[in-house]
Design a protein around this ligand. Structure first.
Ligand code: PEP
Ligand code: MG
Length: 551
């Protein structure tokens, strides 16, 4: 048996073979090719493989998801062999004497740009399909496995560390758990694991070795313990915990359909955090009453290029429609810091958490912001969408955001496109500055949602990504709790609601404190909804003053 100790960052016990994440080399060389005929044959072979894959996916989709999804894959299979697209590749080969990879890349870029420039929105939407098809042919040329996991059976995925963009591109159906050498519980990879309900341990350090690939491991995402080929006693303790987990799950089933109300009748809205439209299924199966944070940037992180207005519209509309009139708070693009997107070509920063991130990027790049706001307002016609702006520090930023919204609404009105004029606008309270000017901010918006991950980082001057800050990164610090209280009082004075969408919202040891502070909504990972409901139903809502919030 090999025992390893790390930090549990997503609860649950899992077991399976270790699979070490292979970081694919996606660089495409500009060097000339030695034999153009050989490159042509490589393209033909990659095309055939792509068509075969797409036909298999179409058959599977027809069985699992119906005709609409199947047709999408069939259309992609047709694109692979589209005459003009293929001619574009062949021209690049002949004229530039480049490699097959370069020729496919050039054809993909040219073709997508041509489609995106067309007047017809349907044809513009096809640009994304061509990018997708190009990525598939390139992967087949370079021997990159789609979804990153070259294994038929599900695995415990091991890595040195995983960037959020890498995690998003993995095939989730093949992941039983995550174990990483580095990482922190407050970074976005851990947050993603919790959102997906997949057990995870980070910070295993050198103890986790690539040579363990293929060996069977048990992991406990609560205690942070991992055991390779455990002895009988250790195995029994993992199995007991797995059984308890199952029993708890069954007990929690009884919470479905119950109200989120304390013993003394105080209501708390219990919403969910999601990262993609696929997560809505988990919100529904856990009986979440709404979505309090849809991290829209995950759409950008999972893509190889800017998601178009159509792509975003579809994603937001699908979520709004599936939630059937329940509130869906969609946060506008929040990249930067640990969420890096190559195609944004951001300058390298010494302190990215204090740099051009989140709302600062949107205000600096009005076209990117406009595309997202158009998609959001168009989707607002299909459900109860609320728009939320991240990392606010000043009132002028909010005013600028609202002006951008007004402009988009005027455009849609002129184009005769339906949208909801009364779409709620809110901001995230994530900086000490926003707490200190909360009264002025509250007069500008319909709600506040506290991002305690960043609020803790900025209030305590502790990098949320560092895994060696230990007790210094303390979200229970009175400064953080008093910041919550100041923001809650400001919100209520202006007659608006306030929620928490940071990870602290699921901390049951603070539930009575949140109730006393006056928090109206808690947005948590779908798996945390029912335990939170059970705790609310046993609580009493008291009140508190600032001074009472001590460590
Ligand atoms: C937060 O900072 O608490 C938050 C919810 O946003 P993110 O974790 O995505 O930065
Ligand atoms: Mg944040």
């Amino acid at each position: 048996m090999i025992l390893m100790q790390g930090k549990g960052v997503s609860k649950g016990v899992a077991n399976g073979p270790i699979y070490f994440f292979q970081r694919p080399d996606t660089t495409i060389s500009d060097a000339p090719a030695a034999d153009i005929e050989a490159e042509k044959q490589r393209i033909a072979a990659a095309q055939k493989k792509s068509v075969d894959q797409l036909n298999t996916l179409a058959d599977k989709a027809r069985e699992d998801a119906g005709d609409e999804t199947a047709i999408l894959f069939e259309t992609h299979a047709m694109f692979v062999e589209d005459e003009d697209y293929v001619e574009c590749m062949m021209n690049a080969l002949e004229e530039k004497h480049c490699t097959a990879e370069k020729a496919v890349e050039i054809a993909g870029e040219e073709f997508a740009a041509m489609l995106a420039a067309m007047d017809d929105p349907y044809m513009q939407g096809r640009a994304a399909d061509i990018k997708d098809v190009t990525r598939r042919i390139l992967n087949n040329l370079m021997g990159i496995t789609e979804g990153g996991i070259d294994s038929e059976a599900p695995v415990i995925l091991a890595a040195d560390d995983l960037a959020p963009s890498e995690t998003l591109q993995l095939d989730k159906s093949k992941i039983l758990g995550f174990i990483t050498q580095g990482g922190s519980g407050n970074g976005h990879t851990a947050i993603l694991a919790r959102t997906m309900g997949i057990p995870a341990i980070c910070g295993l350090g050198e103890a986790l070795k690539a040579e363990y690939t293929g060996r069977k491991v048990y992991i406990d995402g609560e205690t942070g313990q991992a055991a390779i080929e455990p002895d009988d006693i250790t195995l029994a303790s993992f199995q007991t915990k797995q059984e308890e987990q199952q029993k708890m799950k069954e007990l929690m089933e009884t919470m479905k359909g119950q109200e989120d109300v304390t013993l003394d009748g105080r209501e708390m809205m219990v919403y969910c955090n999601i990262g993609s439209p696929e997560d809505v299924a988990a919100v529904q199966s856990n009986d979440g009453q709404g979505i309090g944070l849809f991290r829209s940037e995950f759409l950008y992180l999972a893509a190889d290029d800017y998601p178009s207005e159509e792509e975003q519209f579809k994603a937001y509309k699908d979520v709004a429609a599936a939630m059937n009139g329940k509130r869906v708070v969609i946060r506008t693009l929040d990249i930067g810091a640990d969420k890096q997107v190559d195609y944004f070509e951001m300058h390298k920063e010494e302190n990215p958490a204090l740099g051009v991130r989140a709302i600062r990027i949107c205000l600096n790049r009005p076209e990117v912001f406009r595309t997202q706001l158009r998609a959001l307002y168009r989707a607002s016609a299909y459900g109860k969408i609320a728009i939320m702006f991240p990392m606010i520090t000043s009132v002028w930023e909010v005013k600028e955001c609202k002006r951008a919204c007004q402009k988009v609404m005027a455009e849609l009105e002129a184009e005769g496109i339906p949208f909801r004029k009364d779409t709620e606008l809110g901001i995230m309270i994530e900086t000490p500055a926003s707490v200190l000017v909360a009264e002025e901010l509250a007069r500008e918006v319909d709600f506040f949602s506290v991002g305690t991950n960043d609020l803790t980082q900025y209030t305590l001057a502790c990098d949320r990504q560092a895994n060696d800050l230990g007790k210094f990164f303390d979200p229970h610090h009175p400064a953080v709790l008093r910041a919550l209280k100041l923001a809650a009082d400001a919100a209520h004075k202006a007659g608006i609601w306030i929620g928490i969408c940071g990870e602290l919202g699921a901390d049951l040891t603070l539930l009575e404190t949140f109730l006393a502070i006056g928090i109206d909504e808690l947005s948590v990972s779908p798996a945390s909804v029912l335990p939170l409901r059970a705790a609310i139903r046993k609580s009493i809502a008291k009140t508190c003053t600032l001074e009472m919030l001590k460590s």
